[in-house]
Design a protein around this ligand. Structure first.
Ligand SMILES: *Cc1c(COP(=O)(O)O)cnc(C)c1O
Length: 476
């Protein structure tokens, strides 16, 4: 399998060549040159693998279709080491929970940081360590986080050979639980940098440091952001696992609803559907930051200014643009790289938006690709958290609540719906208390983490200060 760029660079690249990369050199995103096709016989086989040998074996089978530059025994071992009941809490790893007939939650948030990002990031940590050892190289991961991504990255990379993490977070602005999760890590290769500023300041510093190409090369700076293809690929697996848990034969259709921000999670659903998994609808749920809902309703993709990006009670979906969206548009336009480039490079730079409403391809977003969308607000979230708690006795977090709310508008007779549970309520306790008048339960392993000793360095919002810190703490 070779990979290409959505903006036209067709230099054949293997999986491990793009594993440690962000954007392609032409500014596009990497995609496989085609999606391997799963016919009904193959689907039946995968069903058997999952039922008989479990999630890690299923992950190995699916990853093998996209990775041909890691020996099979090594890849199988990496999957086995990653997807264990001890780390993810159940034998199924991504357990389906029934709310009512035809309506399910898929639990993706029982990993180390209680959000679905662990599902991919835990594998990424093992893949990075493996590939760096093979190359005899080191990597210094530099990132900015407002919560979920940073902690998932740190818990995936802690103690890994050849890897250091420098994670910038806005001082005092994450939830108490999120701060405790990150700052209590004592591993020598994890560096928490609390920046005197807001999340945008952290992101600007990461950009400034990464744009210093000499520094970037000398100090082997890399990232783990959501455009990484390996993260997306890891997420494809749980769509299959959800489908197999819900269905008994391989002709039944299932719909999925995905609380969406950067379009990473639902893009994995798109890949699974393109491979032939019988998914009917792919329902995008956004919060008030409705860039994606606007596109799927109107055909207009309009990037928001920072000032127009709202702070909501589902903060991990507060985006101004959806960084993985270009992958889907590339497919929607029949993989026309010149047009994709014209939209994402030229039109967005010129006017911050593009309009596909008059393009026949736009109708296919729904017709051929199964995409529909809806939006949920703070009031919707609270009402949904309350309703799910009262009707089913289940406590859901604010992001999952956006999913449940929007899923309600797209139920079809005869097709069951799976809503992806993207975080546990304890991560967003204040909103749960607002909705239910009580705090969410806390998994036992997180008891008292706010009292643990912290390992964090406070720095000014200044790229120079961050560079100095990196220089002092790594020996290139
Ligand atoms: C990251 C995140 C999302 C959004 O996922 P995307 O892949 O960016 O669409 C939704 N919910 C939670 C809890 C998250 O952490």
């Amino acid at each position: 399998m070779n990979y290409l760029s959505t903006r036209g660079d067709r230099t054949p690249r293997k999986f491990c060549e793009i594993l440690l990369e962000g954007l392609a050199p032409d500014g596009g995103l990497y995609l496989p040159e085609s999606y391997p096709q799963i016919d009904r016989a193959c689907l039946a086989e995968l069903r058997g693998v999952y039922a008989g040998r479990g999630y890690a074996a299923l992950a190995f089978e699916i990853l093998s279709l996209y990775i041909d530059d890691i020996p099979a025994t090594d890849l199988a071992a990496l999957c086995e080491r990653t997807y264990t009941p001890a780390v993810f809490g159940t034998r199924e790893i991504a357990l389906l929970k029934k709310l009512k007939k035809g309506f399910y939650l898929q639990a993706l948030s029982n990993g180390p940081t209680l959000a679905f990002k662990d599902m991919a990031m835990q594998l990424l940590g093992n893949l990075f360590e493996y590939e760096l050892a093979r190359r005899g190289e080191q990597l210094n991961i530099l990132g900015a986080t407002s919560g979920d991504t940073g902690s998932a990255a740190e818990y995936a990379m802690r103690g890994k050979q050849g890897i250091r993490v420098f994670m910038l977070s806005p001082h005092g602005r994450m939830s108490a639980f999120q701060q405790a999760q990150m700052y209590s890590l004592q591993d020598a290769n994890i560096h928490n940098l609390a920046i005197e500023g807001v999340f945008d300041d952290c992101q600007d510093i990461v950009k400034a440091v990464s744009n210093d190409l000499a520094f970037k090369r000398q100090y082997k700076i890399g990232t783990v952001n959501s455009i990484n293809w390996a993260r997306l690929l890891a997420q494809v697996v749980y769509y299959f696992a959800g489908y197999f848990q819900l269905t008994e034969n391989d002709d039944e259709q299932v719909d999925f609803t995905v609380p969406s921000g950067n379009f990473g999670n639902i893009c994995a659903g798109h890949v699974a559907r393109q491979m032939g998994l019988p998914i009917g609808q792919l329902v995008i749920a956004t919060n008030e930051n409705d860039v994606l809902d606007e596109f799927f309703r109107t055909g207009v993709y309009r990037v928001r200014a920072a000032a127009d990006t709202l702070e909501t009670s589902s903060p991990s979906m507060d985006i101004s643009k959806a960084s993985n969206f270009e992958r889907f548009v590339f497919d929607l336009l029949g993989r026309d790289a010149a047009r994709t480039r014209a939209l994402f490079h030229d039109a967005l730079a010129r006017s911050g938006q593009f309009d596909l409403s008059a393009d026949p391809a736009f109708a296919q977003a729904r017709g051929r690709y199964g995409f529909v969308s809806g939006k949920s607000t703070h009031a919707d979230r609270l009402a949904t958290i309350r309703a799910v708690y009262q009707q089913y006795g289940a406590m859901i977090d604010t992001h999952t609540a956006d999913g449940v709310k929007v899923a309600g508008s797209f139920m079809r007779a005869g097709a069951p719906m799976i809503v992806l549970e993207t975080a546990l309520p304890i991560k967003f306790a204040a909103a749960i208390e607002e909705a239910l008048g009580r705090l969410p339960e806390r998994p036992a392993r997180f008891a008292g983490i706010e009292q643990l000793p912290r390992r964090v360095t406070r720095l000014l919002a200044d790229a120079r200060a961050v560079k100095d810190y990196i220089v002092t703490h790594c020996n290139p």
